[in-house]
Design a protein around this ligand. Structure first.
Ligand code: ADP
Ligand code: MG
Length: 273
């Protein structure tokens, strides 16, 4: 496994700190982390944009943007000359906006192949004056479960990548693969790309295997693993069907507390940027 680096930031060229939430495995908690970390950061007063980059559009649904309300989506943000002001929508959470997604994005990988700037489209889109003018502090990108061109776009657009890791067998093998992709992106297009951190998700303290994965991760990756661990919490799985982040759906739940803890770890670094 590649050597970890300590998280620290160079002066950022864009005002917002852009974090790609990525793991090529599905069902590890990317979208849950995107929604609830975004809401917890917004609750702290940061102006947050969540970019839904998954054709499944789960982050959009989970934040209450119905499929009928997604006329213009992240697809238009990156592939047509869509105006960000017509794409980005407010959510029920103060300080939290979303660029929604739908199945249009499923064809993006193919549509992108013929595009010369295919890997830089999200990077460029986030530098659109209409986005700059909104003064976002943080942009979170909810990646699809693959190392596709969409995920590469996210890694090139981002200052840092946050990896949700489900504490189960093979989790660390999958992580090595992702870290290799991060290394490639650093070498080719985004030398400043950092690892924001690895967050253990759906963690069950009574499970010996989960404990072992946590030990291995902390031993191999050191400070790259967030102190905060996200427990398995039924409120986290219920919240999306109520179209709310857990911080609103059940503010006192263990899930809400955990995502506030994760937000605080990130906020502390943002304040010292
Ligand atoms: P991904 O975006 O990586 O595919 P999701 O965030 O959609 O993963 O999570 C997969 C499933 O697991 C969803 O049904 C979600 O509600 C559930 N889930 C995610 N994190 C937790 C958690 N900490 N506790 C309980 N359920 C969770
Ligand atoms: Mg997802």
């Amino acid at each position: 496994m590649p050597l970890p680096e300590t998280p620290a930031y160079d002066a950022a060229p864009v005002a917002a700190h852009v974090i790609a939430i990525a793991n090529q495995k599905g069902g590890v908690g990317k979208t849950t982390t995107a929604i609830n970390l975004a809401a917890a950061l917004a609750e702290k007063g940061f102006r947050v944009l969540l970019v839904d980059l998954d054709p499944q559009g789960n982050a959009s649904t989970g934040l209450g943007i119905g499929t009928g309300e997604r006329k213009l989506t992240t697809y238009d943000l990156i592939l047509t000359d869509g105006h960000p002001d017509e794409i980005i929508q407010p959510t029920k959470v103060d300080n939290l906006w979303i660029s929604p997604a739908n199945s249009d994005l499923a064809s993006a990988d193919i549509d992108l192949v013929s595009n010369e700037k295919r890997s830089f489209l999200l990077h460029d889109a986030l530098r659109h004056p209409e986005i700059e003018a909104r003064g976002f502090d943080v942009v979170l990108i909810d990646c699809p479960p693959s190392l596709s061109l969409l995920t590469v776009n996210a890694l090139i657009a981002a200052h840092a990548v946050l990896v949700p890791l489900q504490a189960e067998f093979f989790a660390l093998e999958g992580l090595s693969q992702l870290l290799l992709t991060v290394r490639d992106v650093r070498r080719s297009a985004n030398p400043g790309l950092r690892i924001e951190g690895v967050v253990l998700t759906m963690y069950d303290r009574r499970n010996n295997l989960a404990q072992q994965v946590e030990l291995d991760a902390r031993e191999n990756l050191g400070d790259l693993v967030f102190r905060t661990v996200i427990p398995r919490n039924v409120r986290l799985s219920e919240a999306p069907s109520h179209a709310l982040p857990v911080t609103t759906y059940d503010s006192a739940s263990k899930g809400a507390e955990a995502y506030r803890g994760l937000a605080e770890e990130i906020a502390a670094r943002l304040r010292h940027r």
